[in-house]
Design a protein around this ligand. Structure first.
Ligand code: NAD
Length: 257
């Protein structure tokens, strides 16, 4: 087991990447705090983990709320006695997020509040807890759009993920000598709820697929395996990285037919 006796907090744990990562981390021996806005689905993930013999607690939080994030970290400490792994993964892509001209200020603010402040608050309260536990690993979910301009306009989302990458680099440098590693996981386009609700026709899916050398969408379970690597001792010399798990999209100029 690669995470035996480790305590992990996962935000956005009710769905997609967060859910798959919770199931995998639990199978690898971690004790989990599952945090999400969606209580119904979050409790189902907890149930699934309990039925498989794992240990997990759910807390309903809004990652853009500082007090909620503090309570999430405190729960890890009171319930499981510390914190070693923090996966700041919750994020939104708003349906009204568009180009600079058409995007309302409120949509921009909301997207940055969840995607950027959520990571900041997780780190603000999580770092002291990880330090007290002797060190550990923080993983922040960014996106391939932090590196490439998205042809389908989503200015707030793209800005937010760029901020996650730059915060990650600074956090990694500042905390490297405290045995705290900080990396950004950069998924390519995935077959999860977040993206598929926008790519709701075969034509829209195909338009995106032409850019991915592997010719398919990624799976949340594939991101979970990457998160496991970054969380575990296998990545003991890896910090400050923008870890691309994207089917080659950021490496390709033209994709094969
Ligand atoms: P998802 O929609 O399946 O899961 C996101 C989860 O975050 C949901 O359970 C949702 O309830 C939760 N959430 C949303 N706002 C929250 C808030 N304010 N507080 C607490 N929880 C909140 O999406 P996913 O694809 O698993 O996305 C996870 C992360 O991966 C996000 O940061 C997303 O931006 C990023 N990402 C996704 C893709 C993709 O193609 N799906 C690509 C690159 C990056």
């Amino acid at each position: 087991m690669r995470l035996k006796d480790k305590v992990a907090v996962i935000t956005g744990a009710a769905s997609g990447i967060g859910r798959e990562t919770a199931l995998l981390f639990s199978a690898e021996g971690a004790k989990l705090i599952l945090a999400d806005l969606n209580e119904k689905e979050g409790l189902l993930v907890r149930k699934e983990i309990h039925e498989a013999g794992g240990e997990a607690e759910f807390i309903r939080i809004d990652v853009s709320n500082a007090q909620d994030c503090l309570e999430m970290i405190e729960l890890a400490e009171t319930k499981f006695g510390g914190l070693h792994i923090l996966f700041n993964n919750a994020g939104i892509m708003h349906s009204c997020d568009d180009n600079a001209e058409n995007t309302e200020e409120a949509i921009f603010d909301l997207t940055l509040a969840v995607n950027v402040k959520g990571v900041f608050f997780g780190c603000k309260y999580g770092i002291p807890a990880i330090r007290k536990s002797g060190g550990g690993s923080i993983i922040n979910t960014a996106s391939f759009v932090a590196l490439l301009g998205a042809a389908t306009a989503q200015i707030a989302y793209t800005a937010s993920k760029g901020a996650v990458l730059s915060m990650t680099r600074e956090l990694a440098a500042i905390h490297a000598r405290e045995n705290i590693r900080v990396n950004a996981l950069c998924p390519g386009p995935l077959r999860t709820e977040l993206l598929m609700k926008f790519l709701d026709s075969e034509e829209k899916k195909q338009r995106r697929l032409v850019h991915i050398p592997m010719g398919r969408f990624g799976e949340a379970a594939e991101m979970a395996k990457a998160a496991l690597y970054l969380a575990s001792e296998d990545a003991s010399f890896v910090t400050g990285s923008s870890f691309m798990v994207d089917g080659g999209i950021t490496s390709a100029y033209v994709t094969p037919e």
